[in-house]
Design a binder for this molecule. Structure first.
Ligand SMILES: *Cc1c(COP(=O)(O)O)cnc(C)c1O
Length: 501
């Protein structure tokens, strides 16, 4: 498989090149030149595969030109191993009622869905380093709204030839998320608290990537950049696997018939997770609607409903912080695909976004998107009340992001005449957001610094659920000193943390 740019500004490159670079140096994102097609027969033949076996099939589709079958087998077995995930199913499903299922994506080492791609990507990059005999250190820059950071740090820690630097928005992630990052071990892991919001973190990374002089200077010092954000295609395709897995599970358990279409609900921030679902649909998975759920930072909801993408609004910090995003990077890939792969058109939209903070789609394109995507949002009060009602009705505890998805689905159900089976991606363990979850269950809780760990215990006692292993003794681990970086000193901070003179 070759990879092209969403802005038509490069010749097609190999998968190795696309994943190593992370993003197109001239601007733009890599996407596969062709979208592989899976026939109904092929899909049926995959019905009894384990998660790992299915991952092997799907990884093969995207990596076969660059990696041998043996190498791919090694990657999926090492990534989706029972030492890394608390269940051999990797992404088990839970039935809530006749229509609704939850796809639990939080059984990995850091308790959020990012683990699924970030257990595989470091192994892929590590092989790439060997294949290309790269002598430089690969410098992975990651912007995080909370969950990606820890998942990337865990995935990349102690991998030879790689240094990883994570930028998170100072004081804008949950206490548990912050501690998770600052307690990461490994001799190659670095964490920076940026004075700004997530969009600032994302811009900081992009700014470094596209500053040719700075890159050249670092190259002389023996560093080469890559990205572990979902702008890297290597983050996206591993996520396609669990959409197939969910469908095949429902088929195997006879909840659906052959070729029956289902919906997926995806709590969305950077548009990465839902984009993986869209690729699954394009590959032939029988999907009816993709339901895009936002919190009150509802740029995407407004976009899908009006055709106007407008970031001229304040970014609000919410109880679902991993979705506190105004610029959804992966939308660029979706717009490229839905417009019939017109690079020039994307260049124009991105120019408008940069210069005016907005772009507008014509009516016909808007309607085309809406055939596939339904978008809505949940505010803070609705999110809290959903956590509570789901807990009381089903005795199932959801995190605030998943609750946003459930609330949006309830709204969709009211206007839809069909009873299509629906899978909601449960994107994080509720214990990562215990303050919000406890507030939902028992009302206002006090928030003192270290108290979030007392809350963890409290939530466990209240629900009779064990604290997930990855969060259990977090407060007893040695913690790195906060490295706080002003927004306008991004490059200096990077040099400082890497001890580059
Ligand atoms: C990252 C994240 C999201 C948003 O996913 P995108 O791929 O950025 O759209 C939703 N929920 C949780 C818990 C996350 O960590």
């Amino acid at each position: 498989m070759k990879y092209i740019s969403t802005r038509d500004n490069i010749k097609a490159v190999s998968g190795i090149e696309a994943i190593k670079s992370g993003m197109v140096p001239q601007g733009g994102l890599f996407i596969p030149k062709e979208i592989p097609a899976i026939s109904h027969q092929q899909l049926d033949s995959w019905m009894n595969l384990s998660y790992t076996q299915l991952a092997q099939k799907i990884f093969q589709l995207f990596l076969a030109d660059d990696f041998s079958e043996k190498e791919i087998t090694q990657i999926v077995h090492q990534a989706y191993h029972k030492e890394n995930f608390t269940t051999e199913e990797i992404t088990p499903l839970t039935r809530l009622n006749d229509q609704l299922f939850l796809l639990e994506l939080f059984h990995g080492p850091t308790g959020a869905f990012k683990d699924i791609a970030l257990q595989a990507l470091p192994l892929i990059l590590s092989l790439i380093i060997k294949k290309l005999s790269i002598n430089n250190q690969l410098l992975i820059l990651v912007a995080t709204s909370g969950d990606t950071g820890k998942a990337a740090l865990e995935g990349f820690k102690n991998i030879p030839g790689i240094q990883i630097v994570v930028y998170f928005p100072f004081q804008k992630v949950s206490r548990v998320q912050e501690w998770q990052m600052l307690t990461t071990e490994g001799n190659n892991t670095h964490v920076i608290a940026l004075e700004g919001n997530f969009d600032d973190c994302q811009n900081a990374v992009k700014q470094i990537f596209t500053d040719a002089d700075f890159c050249r200077m670092l190259e002389k010092k023996g560093f080469e950049f890559s990205s572990a954000n979902s702008i890297n295609w290597g983050r996206l395709f591993p996520q396609i696997v669990y959409y197939f897995y969910a469908y095949l599970y429902l088929l195997r358990k006879k909840h659906i018939r052959h070729n029956e279409t289902i919906n997926f609900v995806v709590p969305t921030g950077n548009f990465g997770n839902i984009l993986a679902a869209w690729y699954a649909k394009e590959m032939g998975l029988p999907i009816e609607k993709l339901i895009c759920a936002s919190n009150i930072n509802k740029v995407l909801t407004d976009f899908f409903n009006s055709g106007v993408y407008d970031i001229n609004r304040p970014l609000v910090t919410t109880i679902s912080p991993s979705m506190d995003i105004l610029i959804s990077n992966n939308l660029e890939r979706f717009l490229f695909e839905i417009s019939g792969r017109q690079g020039e058109f994307i260049v124009k939209l991105m120019k408008d976004l940069r210069e005016k903070g907005m772009f507008i789609l014509e009516e016909s394109l808007k309607n085309k998107m809406r055939e596939i995507i339904f978008a809505s949002f949940a505010d803070e009060t609705e999110t809290l009340s959903t956590i509570k009602s789901v807990y009381h009705e089903y005795h199932y505890l959801v995190d605030p992001h998943t609750a946003v998805g459930i609330k949006v689905f309830t709204g969709y159900q009211r206007i839809s005449t069909q009873k299509t089976k629906t899978v909601i991606t449960a994107t994080a363990t509720p214990f990562k957001f215990n303050k919000a979850v406890l507030t939902a269950l028992i009302g206002e809780v006090r928030d003192h610094k270290k108290e979030e760990f007392i809350l963890l215990q409290k939530l466990s006692n209240y629900t009779d659920l064990p604290i997930p292993a990855m969060l259990r003794d977090l407060d007893k681990k040695p913690i790195k000193k906060q490295f706080i970086c002003p927004k306008d000193k991004v490059q200096q901070c990077l040099l400082e943390i890497l001890k580059i003179e």
